[in-house]
Design a binder for this molecule. Sequence first.
Ligand code: ATP
Ligand code: MG
Length: 200
Amino acid sequence: MGRTGLFGGTFDPIHNGHVHALKEFIAECGLDRTIVMPACVPPHKKFEHSVSDADRMRMAELAVGRTAQVSDYEIAKGGKSYTIDTVRHLTLLYPDDELWLYVGSDMLRSMDGGWYMIDEILARVTVFCVSREAADTPLLLQSAAHLRAKFGAKIVLSSAEPLPVSSTQLRLMLRQGLDASAYLPAEVWQYIQEKELYRR
Ligand code: ATP
Ligand code: MG
């Protein structure tokens, strides 16, 4: 019996905040297997589709290297990517494993009310959460307490320092031709430049 971790997102593009949280996820939760899962169509937000699914997959692979595996399960399946489908899929694939789910503080806040079949998700996983901004902390504690009380959720809050950066902010910077290299893994920055991604 091991521990499998699921780290989902649109990764449009994957950035240093993701990599930072992923390393904490693996280390703090003692994961034996970690799966980074680029979503096809995220159910909860408007998605610009400014680069191809293949580009998002490739950038994820470049960023993650050998620290985790990148799965094309949601992209290959197509359509809206509901976390519950992927959680069920991983439960079937690794029936003897404990399943852990990573979410950032913004996602933890949105879980109750926004997420399809949240009760089943929370019955099947242990949630691990890294704060995105220092200012998130009070709300983070509130959300965790709420989810524990309402769903009996198992939630671990990371002690890691926040690394505040978002893909939205990076898409804006890149569109304006600004240097975003401080926020991106070097291989991803190079890939974006070579393929002239996010230029318009
Ligand atoms: P966008 O601005 O397009 O929503 P994003 O930066 O929020 O992009 P996502 O792909 O939406 O990135 O995020 C995937 C997961 O990583 C989510 O659970 C999100 O909360 C988390 N996450 C994103 N950025 C950070 C960060 N800087 N620190 C910790 N967690 C993060
Ligand atoms: Mg986001």
